[in-house]
Design a protein around this ligand. Sequence first.
Ligand code: UDP
Length: 320
Amino acid sequence: MNILVTGGAGFIGSYLTESLIREGNSVTVIDDLSTGKHDNLSALNNNKNFRFFEGSILDYKLMLKLVTECDVIYHLAAAVGVKFIVENPLQSLITNVRGTEIVLELAHIFKKKVFIASSSEVYGKNGKDPFKETDDRILGSAMIPRWGYAFSKGFDEFLAIGYYRSTSLPVVIGRLFNICGPRQSSSYGMVIPRFIQQALNNEPMTVYGDGTQVRSFTFIGDTIEAIKALMNNPKAEGGIFNIGSTESVRIIDLAVKIKELSASTSEIVFIPYIQAYGKNSEDMFYRIPDISKINELLGFTPQIKLEEMLKIIINECRSR
Ligand code: UDP
């Protein structure tokens, strides 16, 4: 099959691309390298089933060519990371809204099945434990850039479902919950790569707020299997699925665990949110998925537990 992966040079996109190629597909990646990196795809240099286009999903002419040439689309190109979004609010919104509009419009015209990568951000500050796909989404003020990102991802979901309902375009939406693994950059604010880098350098580990906020982290390998299985199952079409782990951890406990696993002498320091993200910021205090929907359809449960994934990432960072 000929597959188009938008954002394929990013952390998740590059693993997806490698996996699709291993299965015998030909993959074309489009990435503007705003947060993705060539290096992420270095294993595919000279692979005859791989093509790379450095460009934007906002480039309609290029996207028209790439969509006509493919059989299915995995749309992962988006602004990523709270830090990046807070620092680049306009670019993030345009990429997420206009970019997805272009992908869906062309997919509709040329009748190509699409996976839309959404985010657990869309639940906002609902605070419910755990989040089901049908739960209300509670988002904050337009003055807080983070909620713009959550709105834009929510808009992408509405648009995809709109195409599905009105035109029968086969779409599948995955809400990703804090995916992590080797190769994830620490530059865009994600907590695990940041803590690991800080711990390995014996630098202060920066816990934002009081560290009692709770997350669950999902290993990249489990995530890729879930995304592909959803796209390969016709019953997933027109559906929204949480993709995540139900193993919860407080951020302070995560810092302590990473410090211990990396035998670090780092001090754990508490940074007020205002200092971390500026004055217009808010965090979610609880974010754990209910994964019964994807489990019932695919039998999906993440295989890699938090401690194991931390060890894998620490080892990879050490060897780098
Ligand atoms: N966080 C932290 N220190 C850091 C980076 C992040 O304490 O250096 C916190 C952040 O405030 C959030 C959690 O870790 O509560 C997860 O942050 P991340 O940006 O990885 O993902 P989010 O779940 O916020 O999208």
